[in-house]
Design a protein around this ligand. Structure first.
Ligand code: ATR
Length: 286
């Protein structure tokens, strides 16, 4: 089939990629990655696989048999999948978490592209992280991968602020082992200024709550919220009101997918095609 409206080709040569998770019905990746594959001339599609955790070993066998080339992993399998993989990237090994898997001649290799996607999104906006002082709000899965990539990217100081202090401590330990040159501290607001403040919590996704004080906001040079729906959280509104540059989470979402695409295909991702697809998906959702 060559759909004249979409230009998408599906025939006996079509290769398969996908995303495993539960739920996966909300994922924007099937459309974004399928359009990207076909835009660069790859005869491939990307589909969702809603699964149960006991299915993972069977699914990997089925993927090998049917020639699935690679897939994304989302909640709740990012950690559960690790024992079933044959190799991990250094970041995935440190984090104990995987969101992208490629089939190689040696087996399945897992990567974590959330944090590297975050850093690449900043760098594509002209913001280098090297030497920066960063306040990271949150210490969950997203925070862990962002923190590691920022520290491997050479930030100077990382201050972690999280509701549950023990999780901030655990993240600080991970970072100190992986990037001993970074100054890491945890705890409540400080009087110091920050080059970048990042909200990685879900605060602001619903309603009008803001995860940090107005005083802290005013001390930051750039504010990034990894939430993309709503596109402007209360935190980002306050940044605008104070004349502080701000970014929402669409960039991270885009570039984690861009990095996955490049791992799978070895080709440069068609970033504009992927960005348009994501923007359309977000618009349809809101
Ligand atoms: P994700 O994979 O999206 O990072 P997660 O691992 O569940 O999701 O982490 C959610 C983060 O948001 C955590 O830092 C969590 O704080 P706790 O570690 O204290 O649970 C934070 N978070 C969620 N709801 C919050 C709230 N109402 N107030 C403050 N922090 C909140």
């Amino acid at each position: 089939m060559n759909d004249e409206q979409t230009g998408i080709i599906i025939n006996g040569e079509t290769k398969l990629y996908g995303i495993i998770g539960n739920p996966v019905s909300h994922s924007f990746s099937p459309e974004m990655q399928t359009l990207a594959f076909q835009h660069v001339g790859l005869n491939a599609i990307y589909v969702p696989f809603p699964i149960q955790d006991k299915s993972i070993p069977h699914l990997l066998k089925a993927f090998s048999i049917t020639g699935v080339r690679g897939f994304n992993v989302t909640v709740p399998f990012k950690e559960i999948i690790i024992p079933y993989l044959d190799e991990l990237s250094s970041e995935a090994k440190i984090l104990g978490s995987v969101n992208t898997v490629i089939g190689t001649s040696e087996g399945w290799k897992g990567y974590s592209t959330d944090g590297s996607g975050f850093v690449r999104s900043l760098s594509e906006s002209g913001i280098a992280v090297s030497g920066k002082d960063v306040m990271l709000v949150g210490a969950g899965g997203a925070a862990r991968s962002i923190a590691l990539s920022l520290c491997l990217g050479g930030i100077r100081r990382l201050h972690i602020l999280n509701r549950t202090v023990s999780k901030a401590e655990k993240l600080a330990d991970t970072i100190l082992r992986a990037a001993p040159n970074v100054q890491v501290r945890i705890g409540s607001d400080s009087t110091e200024p920050y080059d970048i403040l990042i909200n990685s919590t879900s605060v602001g996704m619903h309603g009008h709550s803001c995860p940090v004080s107005d005083d802290l906001i005013r001390k930051c040079g750039l504010i990034v919220d990894i939430i993309y729906n709503p596109p402007q959280t209360s935190l980002l509104k306050k940044a605008v009101q104070n004349g502080i540059p701000q970014e929402n989470g669409l960039g991270m979402l885009l570039y984690q997918g861009v990095e996955a695409f490049e791992i799978w295909t070895g080709k440069k991702a068609p970033i504009e095609v992927m960005k348009t697809s994501l923007s359309n998906s977000v618009r349809r959702m809101s």
